[in-house]
Design a protein around this ligand. Structure first.
Ligand code: PLP
Length: 406
């Protein structure tokens, strides 16, 4: 029997590659999950590797699962009270995956999108996703005002969709849907309910506990919260839907990387602190704008004039989210000077950060829609969206007051 050669007999080139690697994991448990940036995992024998493949237990290859990503998925599963979650490289990848999983008939593995019922004022790219990746491939996509339960009932009866998709608080008009009311009606119709909870966050509402089937987050926004990591995640109410997500994510390959998973998981820990502060400051900003003569209209569920103020008060425990949108009395022509005069609000095409941000939906989130589609969705040229950060609210109001003038 030949003797095994050890590290001390390796030549320089071999030592450079292998020396110092693959020490046994420490016996003590680290307080925060380390970043596991290995793409593959080793087993002591081929038999054990074979067992890991056969049972699906244990880590094999990072697209199939990664301990840092799994820690983030476990945290979101717990927070959303689901049966499992799968993380992706962006919110759009998460939405695509959620829609495919929801369109997979029970007992089958392949998605078969037939008919999807979608809220009319979804995030712009979600609308384009539905049009270009679902409708253009033969599925029927029906857009309707899903804030109105009478419209919902008619649409469910007429189209019998297999999936309904909504945002609890829509972006950027901040309309509010009744998730519990939708879930009851979807259940009765055999329709799966997908809720994009990016803006409401689990601090305001947890859709799975109200009967939704899948909850989606662009973790790039509030979950991460610091403007330094992109990602998305879907949590499932049932084991079956979670299994659909897992199987399909291995094929789609849009997995979250371990570095981003660690950053997003760290962000998640302060979500409640940040969102509470952002909601309180947003309320102060909304009341200020509502009283300002240069502002024609303010969209904020916390204002008594908002059409769903009563529903929002009941659903979100007295918080109304960290976004405020409003229409400048001067229309599209007034937008540029206003935005250019702001100094604290950063002009950026994202939301949910610790920094306060300003964006113009017609130029950013909804620019892929044509003017007729924008008008149909109520996206005026003078519409401005603010994402309130964690700065002192008085400073934010002072910045807005200067930019608005008068
Ligand atoms: N859902 C909502 C409500 C969003 O606002 C966004 C992005 O702005 C997305 C999904 C897409 O997320 P991502 O940019 O992480 O792909």
């Amino acid at each position: 029997m030949s003797e095994q050669r050890g590290a001390s007999q390796w030549r320089l080139e071999t030592s450079l590659v292998h020396a110092g690697e693959r020490a046994a994991a420490p016996q003590a448990t680290p307080s925060a999950t380390p970043i596991y940036n290995a793409t593959t995992y080793l087993y002591p024998s081929l038999e054990e590797l074979d067992t890991a493949f056969a049972t699906g237990e244990g880590y094999l290859y990072t697209r199939y699962g990664n301990p840092t990503v799994a820690a983030f998925e476990a945290a979101v599963t717990a927070v959303e009270v689901g049966r499992g979650a799968v993380a992706y490289g962006s919110g759009m990848a998460a939405l695509h995956a959620a829609l495919l999983a929801a369109c997979t008939p029970r007992g089958e593995t392949a998605p078969r999108p037939r008919c999807l019922l979608a809220a009319r004022d979804l995030y712009g790219s979600t609308t384009v996703l539905l049009d270009e990746l679902f409708a253009a491939r033969g599925a029927t996509v029906v857009f309707a005002d899903l804030c109105d339960l009478a419209v919902v009932e008619t649409a469910l009866a007429e189209h019998q969709p297999e999936v309904m998709i909504v945002e609890q608080i829509s972006n950027p008009l901040l309309r509010v849907v009744d998730v519990a009311g939708l879930a009851v009606r979807c259940r009765a119709a055999g329709t799966r309910l997908v809720v994009d909870s990016t803006i409401a966050t689990p601090v305001l509402q947890r859709p799975l506990t109200l009967g939704a089937d899948l909850v989606v987050h662009s973790a790039t926004k509030y979950l991460g919260g610091h403007g330094d990591a992109a990602g998305g995640i879907v949590a499932a109410r049932t084991g079956l839907l979670h299994a659909n997500l897992v199987r399909q994510s291995r094929l789609l390959g849009a997995s979250l990387g371990p570095f981003e998973a660690q950053q997003l998981h760290r962000g998640l820990k302060t979500l409640a602190l940040r969102v509470e502060r952002q909601c309180a400051s947003a309320a102060q900003v909304a009341h200020f704008l509502d009283a300002h003569p240069a502002v024609a209209q303010v969209n904020y569920p916390g204002l008594p004039a908002h059409p769903a103020h009563a529903l929002a008060t009941e659903s979100f425990g007295g918080r109304f989210g960290g976004l405020v949108s409003f229409v400048l009395r001067g229309g599209g022509a007034a937008v540029r000077p206003f935005v250019n005069r702001l100094t604290l609000f950063l002009p950026a095409t994202t939301l949910g950060d610790i920094y306060s941000l300003v964006s113009v939906p017609a130029l950013a989130s909804h620019r892929e829609l044509n003017p007729a589609q924008r008008a149909e969705r109520g996206i005026a040229d003078g519409l401005v969206r603010l994402s309130i950060g964690i700065e002192a609210p008085d400073d934010l109001v002072a910045d807005l007051a200067l930019a608005l003038g008068g």
